[in-house]
Design a protein around this ligand. Structure first.
Ligand SMILES: NC(=O)c1ccc[n+]([C@@H]2O[C@H](COP(=O)([O-])OP(=O)(O)OC[C@H]3O[C@@H](n4cnc5c(N)ncnc54)[C@H](OP(=O)(O)O)[C@@H]3O)[C@@H](O)[C@H]2O)c1
Length: 317
């Protein structure tokens, strides 16, 4: 149970990756300011988290079952918390999906929205009314840079994160009146199981329904570029946890928070041209004309932005 003065943090999807790193970093806070309710849909997957939490497990971190796709599971989990009191809700659970749209079933697309969008809606609907009543709280979402600009062959995943960004941007305005803060964390590539799961899925799929030319672009332009981006620009889950903790501890938490300064120019491009043609054409050239030299471009970008620039993260807001 949380000690007096400790802030109760509920995090979804803590069995691996970013959720696990945030849970551990907050639970191991030197000043013990947080009591972390680390949730996952299957507690059989708890071992990695328990090991990483070390002696914080059972003291400042405890585990709960929660599947963000189930109304019942969300309700049961929140009702099991003392006084249903949650100070900080971190919506992290998410799934990816890549491939040509015409080759992806509607059921598969709905599944992504069920987790990435409706999962967040379900959590917010359950937790926000108590926060409004108490006139205090912080709702966070691990979104993505793909929630700010679309990337080819990530159409449905991008759409699910755009939808979440829209939902939260609208809520943030209303919730100011209730002293409830809303913050989005927008990572670029992060080296977690996420990419591995996607690549394993892609290697098994035939993508029936897509024409050979599109499939050729997907396999020979998009996939190698993705691998290079993760290798060259990928952050660690701990990098994302650090940004998240900083946002939580900020006296005026920003709404948008890019975690990787290397993505700042890409996002800025979108806001620099109201017609968005500039960013559409830039992405086209990056994918189809520069794909072969992407690994060199990534190295140059890293070199140019080393040092002072890497520390700057400019948000579009
Ligand atoms: N990795 C990246 O490059 C990247 C970049 C930008 C944004 N993000 C976002 O960061 C978040 C975390 O991703 P990650 O990179 O840490 O990937 P990850 O290691 O695959 O973690 C995703 C987590 O979500 C959980 N999850 C999936 N469906 C769930 C459900 N219905 N209910 C509860 N939990 C569920 C998974 O649990 P199981 O173990 O049960 O599957 C897992 O713990 C996601 O929202 C993702 O969109 C990731």
């Amino acid at each position: 149970m949380a000690a007096e003065g400790q802030r109760v943090v509920l995090i979804t999807g803590c069995s691996s990756g970013i959720g696990l790193a945030i849970a551990v970093m907050l639970a191991r806070d030197e000043r013990k300011r947080y009591y972390v309710l680390a949730t996952m849909r299957d507690l059989k997957r708890k071992d990695k988290l328990v090991e990483a939490a070390g002696d914080a497990y059972g003291k400042t971190l405890s585990l709960l079952t929660l599947d963000v796709c189930s109304d019942e599971s969300v309700k049961q989990c929140v009702n099991s918390i003392k006084d249903r009191h949650i100070d900080i809700l971190i919506n992290n659970a998410g799934v990816g999906l890549v491939g040509p749209v015409e080759a992806i079933s509607l059921d598969n697309m709905k599944q992504v929205f069920e987790t990435n969008f409706f999962g967040v809606v379900r959590m917010i609907k359950e937790v926000m009314p108590d926060m409004k009543r108490r006139r205090s709280g912080h709702i966070m979402v691990i979104s993505s840079v793909l929630g700010l600009h679309g990337v080819a062959f990530n159409d449905v995943y991008s759409a699910s994160k755009f939808a979440t960004e829209g939902l939260c941007e609208a809520l943030a305005i209303q919730l100011l009146q209730f002293n409830v803060k809303v913050s989005m964390i927008e990572p670029g590539p992060v080296n977690t199981e996420f990419e591995l799961k996607l690549m394993t899925e892609v290697s098994k799929k035939e993508f029936a329904g897509a024409d050979p030319e599109t499939l050729h672009h997907f396999r020979t332009c998009y996939l190698p570029t993705q691998v290079n981006l993760f290798k060259g620009l990928g952050q660690t889950p701990e990098d994302i946890a650090k940004v998240t903790k900083k946002v939580i501890e900020s006296p005026r938490p920003p709404f948008r928070n890019l975690t990787n300064p290397l993505y700042t120019p890409i996002v800025a491009l979108k806001y620099a041209d109201e017609t968005r043609s500039l960013s559409v054409h830039t992405f086209y050239h990056m994918l189809y004309n520069l794909g072969g030299v992407m690994h060199v471009s990534v190295r140059i970008m890293k070199f140019l932005s080393f040092g002072w620039l890497r520390r700057r993260a400019i948000s579009p807001t």
